[in-house]
Design a protein around this ligand. Structure first.
Ligand SMILES: [Zn+2]
Length: 62
């Protein structure tokens, strides 16, 4: 399975610190496919630089 995300891509993401709506993808990682989680995105807020990771729901890949 290949995630449809690339390093440097801008995604919709609500930053919990500054509430900016966009973040840049640092890394996309495949996870062992389970019912709930198919992958993890490591993202960084474009506004304040806050780093976070986002679990990608398996349904996005169904
Ligand atoms: Zn932010």
């Amino acid at each position: 399975m290949l995630l449809n995300y690339n390093k440097g891509q801008i995604i919709q993401y609500r930053c919990p610190k500054c509430f900016n709506n966009e973040a840049v993808v640092l890394k996309a990682e495949d996870k062992d496919f389970t019912e709930k989680t198919a992958g993890v995105l490591w993202v960084q807020c474009q506004e304040c630089g806050f780093n976070d990771n986002v679990l990608l729901p398996a349904k996005d890949f169904a």
